[in-house]
Design a binder for this molecule. Structure first.
Ligand code: HEM
Length: 451
C-alpha cells in the first residue's frame, strides 16, 4: 500500500505559507504541530516542505542525510554565498573534505581559542567603562566577529581588515533566502555576488602573503594552508577561501544571537542567576587571567548555555532536499520535496521535556538529564554526520561572554521581554537593553587592562 504524503497546512493561493514563514516561523509551525502532530507540511510558493520533529522523525532525518536526503541541494543559498565546499558541496566532495573541516576544532586547540576569546571580550568590557547602558544584540555582534576573525585568520588580519569585511558579510547574510532560486537577477543577489568577490580577494591576499613567508601563525588559516587531503594533495587556495568564508559565517552568525539570549535569560531569572553568580564568584580568579581549566567547574553556567540553545536555537530549522522518496512517521515524502527539521518544535517536545516552555537549566543536571531522552532530543547543533563542528567553540564563547560580564559588572535588564527576529540567516533577538555598573572588585577596575 502506498503511504499518503504529509497533510499540508492551508495557506494563501500562489504564496502558500510563505508570508507567515518569513514573519513568524515558530507560530506557523506550532499551528501545524497542534493540528497534525509529528509530521506535516507547509508550502512556500511551489515548494512543498515536510516539517518534522520528535524522536523517530529526527532519527530518520539525520540517518538518511547524504543518501536519500541531500544537504547541499537544500542549502543552495549557502553555496551561492560561499562556494561549493564542505557541507555545501555534494556528498562525495564533502567526504573528501570532512577531516580538513574538522581539523581546526580538535580538543587540543581549545586552550588557544579560549585566550583569543578572553582577549576580545576584555577589549569590549574595557570600552564599556564604569557604568552606563548597552544594547547587547548590537554590541555583541562585533565581539563575536572579532573572535572569529582573530581565531580563524589571525591577529594581523583581525586588525587590518576593518569593518568593511563584515559589511560585505552582512550583504551575504541578507541574500540567504531558503525559498527563491539564488541565481535570480534580484538586486540583493547581485550585491551578494559582488560582496563574495571582495571577501575572496581579501582572503586570497593574506594567503599569498602567508605562502611567501616562513612565519608560522597560530590560527586556523595557517593550518589549512599546510593541510593535506587523505590522498596527500594539498588544499587549493580556492578551497581554503571557501572554507574560511563558510567557517567565518558559521562561526559568528549563530553564536551572536545565542550569546545575547544566554545573558538575557539569566537576567530574567534571578534565582537561577544567583546560582551562576555564586559559582563564578567562587571559581573564577580575580587576580590573574582566566584559563580554560577554570571553566571546568561551572556546571550551572554550562546548563544555562544548553537551556538557551534549547529555547532559542539560532538555527531554528535545518533542511534537506529529498533525492529519493522517504518514509517517515507513516507518511511518504516524495523526491523533489524539501524536508525540514524544526529545532524549535523538537526542543519543545512535551514527550521529552517537563514544562518545555519554561526556562529551567537544571533539566540538564545529571539527576534529571532530560536531554538524554533520545539521541536527538537537542538538535540545535544538528546531529549525525554533519553535526556542528564548532559546537564546543560556540559553547565556550557563550559561557565566557556571560561569565566575564557577570564577574565584572552588576547588570539590570531594561528589556523585560526580548522579542525574536526571523530575519534571513540565523535567528536573533531584537534589541536587549541592559544597564551596568562595574563591580568594585572587578579586575578591570584594578588594572584597567586585559585580564
Ligand atoms: C551557537 C552557535 C552555533 C549554532 C547554533 C550552530 C548550529 C549548527 C547546526 C544546526 C549545524 C547542522 C546543520 C544541518 O545539519 O543542516 C551546524 C553545522 C556546522 N557548524 Fe555550527 N553552529 C554554531 C556555531 C558554529 C561555529 C562557532 C562554527 C565554526 C567556527 C560552526 C561550524 C559549523 C560547521 C563547519 C558545520 C557543518 C559540519 C559538517 O557538515 O560536518 N558552527 N551548526
Amino acid at each position: 500500500m502506498t503511504l499518503p504524503t504529509p497533510p499540508v497546512l492551508p495557506g494563501l493561493p500562489i504564496l502558500g505559507n510563505l508570508l507567515e514563514f518569513q514573519r513568524d516561523r515558530k507560530k506557523l509551525l506550532m499551528r501545524g504541530r497542534q493540528r497534525f502532530g509529528g509530521v506535516f507540511a507547509v508550502r512556500l510558493l511551489t515548494q512543498p516542505m515536510a516539517v518534522l520533529y520528535g524522536a523517530e522523525p529526527a532519527r530518520a532525518f539525520f540517518e538518511k542525510t547524504d543518501t536519500a536526503l541531500r544537504m547541499d541541494k537544500a542549502y543552495k543559498m549557502l553555496s551561492a554565498s560561499f562556494g561549493e565546499v564542505g557541507f555545501t558541496a555534494p556528498p562525495e566532495v564533502y567526504r573528501r573534505q570532512r577531516s580538513i573541516l574538522h581539523m581546526p576544532f580538535k580538543g587540543s586547540k581549545m586552550g588557544g581559542y579560549f585566550d583569543i576569546m578572553q582577549e576580545e571580550i576584555s577589549l569590549w568590557l574595557q570600552s564599556l567603562g564604569e557604568q552606563g547602558e548597552v544594547e547587547l544584540t548590537q554590541a555583541l555582534g562585533p565581539v563575536v566577529q572579532n573572535v572569529a576573525a582573530h581565531a580563524f585568520m589571525g591577529r594581523e588580519f583581525r586588525n587590518r581588515m576593518g569593518r568593511d569585511f563584515w559589511g560585505h558579510y552582512l550583504v551575504l547574510a541578507k541574500a540567504l533566502d531558503p525559498v527563491l532560486p539564488p541565481n535570480l537577477p534580484l538586486p540583493r543577489f547581485i550585491q551578494r555576488d559582488r560582496a563574495r568577490v571582495k571577501i575572496s580577494a581579501m582572503i586570497r591576499e593574506i594567503i599569498s602573503e602567508r605562502r611567501t613567508s616562513d612565519v608560522q601563525h597560530p590560527d586556523m588559516l595557517n593550518e589549512l594552508i599546510h593541510a593535506r587531503y587523505d590522498d596527500g594533495e594539498p588544499v587549493s587556495d580556492d578551497d581554503i577561501i571557501h572554507l574560511i568564508m563558510a567557517l567565518m559565517f558559521a562561526g559568528h552568525e549563530t553564536t551572536w544571537g545565542q550569546a545575547v539570549w544566554t545573558v538575557a535569560e539569566l537576567l530574567r531569572h534571578p534565582q537561577y542567576l544567583a546560582k551562576v553568580q555564586a559559582e563564578i564568584d567562587a571559581h573564577l580568579p580575580r587576580d590573574r587571567a582566566l584559563t580554560y581549566r577554570d571553566f571546568a567547574n561551572l556546571p550551572h553556567l554550562e546548563w544555562a548555555v544548553y537551556e538557551t540553545t534549547r529555547l532559542h536555537p539560532s538555527a531554528d530549522i535545518i533542511m534537506r532536499y529529498v533525492e529519493e522518496d522517504v518514509e517517515v512517521g507513516g507518511y511518504r515524502i516524495p523526491a523533489g520535496w524539501v524536508v525540514m527539521l524544526s529545532n524549535e518544535l523538537n526542543q519543545l517536545d512535551e514527550q521529552v521535556f517537563t514544562q518545555p516552555d519554561v526556562y529551567d537549566p537544571l533539566r540538564f543536571s545529571p539527576e534529571r538529564a532530560e536531554d538524554k531522552a533520545h539521541r536527538h532530543s537537542i538538535s540545535g547543533f544538528g546531529g549525525g554526520v554533519h553535526k556542528c563542528t564548532g559546537m564546543n567553540f560556540a559553547n565556550l564563547e557563550m559561557s565566557l561572554i556571560a561569565a566575564m560580564l557577570l564577574r565584572d559588572y552588576e547588570l539590570t535588564l531594561l528589556t523585560p521581554n526580548p522579542q525574536v527576529t526571523y530575519a534571513l540567516g540565523a535567528v536573533r533577538p531584537e534589541a536587549v537593553r541592559v544597564a551596568y555598573r562595574r563591580r568594585a572588585d572587578s579586575p578591570l577596575q584594578a588594572n584597567g587592562g586585559v585580564c
